[in-house]
Design a protein around this ligand. Sequence first.
Ligand SMILES: C[S@@+](CC[C@H](N)C(=O)[O-])C[C@H]1O[C@@H](n2cnc3c(N)ncnc32)[C@H](O)[C@@H]1O
Length: 222
Amino acid sequence: MESISQRLMRNAAFAEIYENLWRPTFTRLFSLGGRATEDYDRALRAYLSRPGDRLVLDVACGPGNYTRLIADGLTGDGRCIGIDFSAPMLARAARTNAVDRAAFLRADAHSIPFEDNTFDVVTCLAALYLIPDPLPVVDELVRVTRPGGEIVIFTSVATVVTSLPGVQRVVGLTGFRIFDEDTITDRLRAAGAVGIEQTITGHGQYVLAVKPGSMSTSGDLQ
Ligand SMILES: C[S@@+](CC[C@H](N)C(=O)[O-])C[C@H]1O[C@@H](n2cnc3c(N)ncnc32)[C@H](O)[C@@H]1O
């Protein structure tokens, strides 16, 4: 049976208010009353929108809020592709965030429809905690990243409060998952990622990782 969270993501009215109302409010809630998540998010937005000729994949892009931000910074042949499985979210993306260097595609994050080693940067922001079987998605993020490329994740993390007996069970009834501190980093490591940096901002965690290796000019792995 679909959870409340899953139903919300497929709701047309929710897709309309997500970018400007829900996401900023929700980001604030991650900080346990402080501003750490908002501050990190601001820094991340600046980093993701830096100029460059990159191919970027934004997994579970929702209404394309980050897809557009990334695309707007790109130069040369740079492109950002947003994928999501919610038709209402993608309809909103097409209406409000379809800039020149952005493209949107309906797809399931469990089987990303791109070849191995394709993208310079792969992001998955504010989504893993809504996906019932999220760890295979982490493997997919690593798979489609090119050697030398970067994976950027924002998701939940357990705190003292959410680790109290029963809390995760109750929260889980909504379909929202709270990850233990090592679950995402361990999975990235197991999938072959290196240089893993985790920043915890209250109930949220930002994880940056690199896929090792490099590509030769002919595109072969080295
Ligand atoms: C909360 S939104 C995040 C949007 C955006 N990335 C952000 O950071 O604001 C989560 C998105 O994940 C999508 N999603 C959930 N499970 C998915 C899956 N298995 N495959 C693709 N998208 C999925 C939902 O449809 C929803 O649009």
